[in-house]
Ligand binder design. Structure first.
Ligand code: PLP
Length: 817
């Protein structure tokens, strides 16, 4: 990107950092001048050589998994944030998908992206002179974006999907992300009627009808496009429920091959992975059943004998609605949340999918989000790291040992880089505000004033993210009097920079923007609290690289992960955050600050506690540490080092994508290959096995338990040491089910700190199976008594299951207490 910036810095900014548009805007004379400029030509050749080396270099995947050449992953996402010049993202979800794809390329992982190309992208935000958000939409010229049409026989590839009463045609585009391709679909095709052309006009625009149609384009159109490209992945990754319709298209393909419904579902499940990002039920996409039956009408009538079964895959029994997350949960073999805490919240939320089991056992794992280090780390920081870290730090960024070397970087060098980035940010912020005021027709005086705003020497706190209300952007304003004192200390000044978009339909979110704007206009805060307009990836880079502290104060646990703080951490910016999402696991007591405890449950109590904590920590810890400086704030810099050392190796997408690869992609690809081999032999066996177990499970009964606890307490004389364990036995009646196809377990709870933790002890069979009865034994702590203290359960197992509760059948003695 620096290469393009060098060509013409002014036009580069004007064209929104769009390299393709820039080349269109350059005059011939400019191009001639550049090609005659030896410095530029040398730089150009250097960039090209670096790119070639990147494309041809050895990769982690080749080296670590040389025998996995058959693996092919399709990653479906409604948004992708690659760069500010391709505005098909709205926030964290999209940036995550973009960063995921970039790391997949860096690591050599064969991942193919599928998404939508929105004609008008996500909206451009302007803030008017009263703090109101104006959202503006411009149609993009696809020929001037860093994308290319996918051609077949000289024609742009198009795919058709059935909608009620008509077919719609989707054009296929490609974005090259290093070694991998991302395919984007758009409905603005001449064959479509005017309303259909608008289907992919906006990201998260329109109503429920637009939404369901877009999700059909993504899921159904996406699978069809892959087929036209002759791509048959063995892993399908649903990135958030929006993309879950892909499983229905795949189901249809398999049913057309003649597979029975239950075998087709097992086959789909064996190859599907689902990542959920939303810790509140209201955040999941739902549609009424009528709507689903209407829109999926053509597909459902083609498969009319399975209509009820298909609809049931997405049915939420509580609400009677079709829920995209339910569809994904029911059709994905492996599922995960995006931080440890979010994994826990998701297990609670989807507990009922698996019958009566402890939330800790619900088969939803977690893979904590990260960010793409090369995208988010300032070039100046990378130069520093190049000088002081081992040469392999970029490739082996997830290796903690590499980062110990941070210690040897001189404080002066760190502070110089940090201070320079902060000055860049201040200049950028002033330009943004100047723009705002000029456009809003403000007075010359008001416009000029902006040039004095923000002090590059003051402690600077950043807050930028989507203005969703749960993120509580205005929390810091709860006590304006106290805030005034903090900000206006002439010895130790503090300033805040805010930015973010609110969804055009989110009025409370827009109210937050108005409130921040109003506070920023109060005379005590002028030039010390500012709100910038049109938060995008470009602005995000300035902010996460240039502030001193990154503030994040969502309602816990509503921030599934959060990633902007991870970007900040890589640039030596210290996190000051509620212990939610990634920060709950990232914070170690010495690498930033934690707001509030993890206990307060109700929103009001949490708000009160968090507010107090924010002011208190600012006054007593952050400000004194920052201003405790001679020439250099050594203690602050030391904390920056702690932060980079502990967080950079973990919260990057290399570590994240490696986790996805080893924990989900590889096992899934292997299972998918196994399931389809030999004419779907294993898929058929698994499906038949499940049917057999389901229809015969009622035979399974736990007949008797001998826990001898009563005898123990009377037989052992008081002065003898009681044994600490004892053996218990039980008898289980199985009917026609094989005991080997089940696990028999003792379940009890043990106090661990403030929590009760479930313990599981497997029971071993003793003796023979007699008259469909089998005995089992286990050794358990002596004090446990059946009923009040422990229970016994039986559940079906299979080595072909992706997880322990694929069949949510559990027979337990709990029910007979
Ligand atoms: C990183 C990023 C986000 C996500 O930030 P959160 O902390 O997860 O809310 C949103 N928007 C942009 C432009 C970003 O760069």
């Amino acid at each position: 990107m620096q290469l393009f910036a060098q060509m013409d810095p002014v036009k580069w900014d004007q064209c929104g950092h769009n390299p393709v548009l820039l080349l269109h805007l350059l005059d011939n004379s400019q191009i001639e001048a550049l090609s005659g400029n030896p410095d530029f030509v040398a730089y150009y050749q250097q960039v090209i050589a670096k790119f070639d080396a990147y494309m041809n270099g050895a990769t982690w995947f080749q080296e670590k998994h040389p025998d996995q050449g058959y693996v092919k992953i399709a990653y479906f996402s409604a948004e992708f944030g690659f760069h500010e010049s391709l505005p098909i993202y709205s926030g964290g979800l999209g940036i995550l998908a973009g960063d995921h794809a970039k790391s997949a390329s860096d690591l050599g992982i064969p991942l193919i992206g599928v998404g939508l190309l929105y004609k008008k992208g996500y909206f451009t935000q302007k803030i008017d002179a009263s703090g109101g958000q104006q959202s503006e939409l411009y149609p993009y010229d696809f020929t001037k974006l860093p994308i290319e049409p996918v051609l077949q026989n000289g024609q742009q590839l198009a795919v058709s999907i059935d909608m009620p009463g008509r077919a719609i045609t989707l054009q296929v585009w490609r974005v090259r992300v290093g070694r991998n391709s991302i395919y984007l679909l758009d409905a603005d095709h001449e064959a479509n009627n005017p309303a259909d052309k608008e289907l992919t006009a906006q990201l998260y625009g329109g109503n429920q009808d637009t939404r369901i149609a877009q999700e059909m384009v993504l899921g159904i159109g996406g699978v069809k496009a892959l087929r036209l490209l002759n791509i048959y992945p063995n892993v399908y990754h649903i990135n958030e429920g929006h993309a879950a319709f892909l499983t229905l298209e795949r189901l249809k393909e398999l049913l057309h091959l003649g597979l029975p419904f239950h075998v087709a579902v097992e086959t789909v499940r064996s190859a599907t992975v689902f990542t959920t990002h939303t810790p509140v039920p209201a955040g999941h996409d739902t549609f009424s059943i009528e709507m689903v039956e209407h829109y999926l009408g053509p597909l459902l009538s083609e498969l009319s004998q399975h209509k009820q079964d298909i609809v049931a895959l997405g049915l939420d029994h509580h609400t009677g609605q079709f829920n995209m997350t339910h569809l994904a949960m029911n059709t994905a073999g492996l599922r995960n949340g995006v931080s440890k805490l979010h994994g826990q919240v998701s297990r609670e939320m989807f507990k009922e999918f698996h019958g009566h089991i402890d939330a800790s056992e619900v088969p939803i794992s977690s893979i904590t989000n990260g960010v793409h280090m090369d995208t988010w780390t300032a070039p100046q920081w990378k130069e520093l790291l190049d000088r002081f870290l081992p040469g392999s730090w970029r490739e082996e960024q997830a290796n903690k040992h590499q980062w110990a070397q941070i210690e040897v970087i001189p404080d002066e060098s760190i502070w110089k880089v940090h201070q320079q980035l902060k000055e860049d940010l201040v200049r950028y912020a002033r330009r943004n505000l100047l723009e705002q005021r000029k456009r809003n027709g403000e007075s010359e005086e008001r416009i000029e004033e902006v040039r004095q705003y923000l002090n590059p020497k003051a402690l600077t706190i950043g807050f930028a993210r989507r203005f969703a209300t749960y993120k509580r952007a205005n929390l810091i304003f709860n006590d304006l009097y106290r805030l005034k004192k903090i900000i206006n200390d002439s010895e130790r000044p503090v300033q805040f920079i805010f930015a973010g978009k609110a969804h055009p339909a989110d009025y409370p979110g827009q109210e937050l923007i108005r409130e921040i704007y109003r506070v920023s206009q109060m005379k005590e805060f002028v030039g010390k609290i500012v709100i910038l307009e049109n938060y995008d990836m470009n602005m995000a880079r300035y902010l996460v690289q240039g502030v001193d502290v990154w503030l994040n104060n969502p309602r816990r646990p509503l921030e599934a992960s959060g990633t902007s703080g991870q970007k900040a951490a890589m640039n030596g910016v210290l996190n000051f955050s509620v212990l939610d999402g990634w920060w709950e696991e990232g914070y170690n007591g010495a690498n930033g600050w934690a707001i509030g405890s993890t206990g307060a449950a109700d929103w009001a109590a949490q708000e009160k506690e968090n507010t107090q904590a924010i002011y208190h920590i600012l006054e007593k810890e952050i400000i004194p540490l920052y201003y405790n400086q001679g020439a250099l704030p050594h203690q602050w810099i030391s904390r920056m080092k702690r932060s980079i050392q502990s967080l950079s190796p973990v919260y990057n997408t290399h570590r994240m994508v490696q986790d996805y690869t080893e924990l989900t992609y590889l096992p899934t690809a292997q299972r998918a290959r196994l399931f389809v081999s030999n004419h779907y032999d294993v898929a058929t066996k698994v499906a038949d096995y499940k049917q057999f177990i389901r229809s015969n499970w009622y035979h399974v009964k736990i007949i008797g338990i001998d826990d001898r606890s009563a005898k123990l307490s009377t037989e052992v004389p008081l002065n003898e040491i009681k044994p600490s364990t004892k053996e218990i036995t039980t008898q289980v009646h199985f009917g026609p089910i094989w005991p080997q196809d089940t696990a028999v377990e003792v379940i009890y709870y043990e106090e661990n700190g403030e929590k009760w933790e479930q313990k599981i002890i497997p029971m071993e069979p003793i003796g023979e199976l007699i008259e469909q009865m089998q005995s089992y034994k286990a050794t358990i702590p002596a004090h446990l008594i059946h009923g009040p203290h422990f229970s016994i359960r039986v559940r079906p197992i299979s080595s072909n299951f992706a997880h322990s509760f694929e069949l949510s059948l559990v027979t337990s003695t709990l029910s007979w207490q």
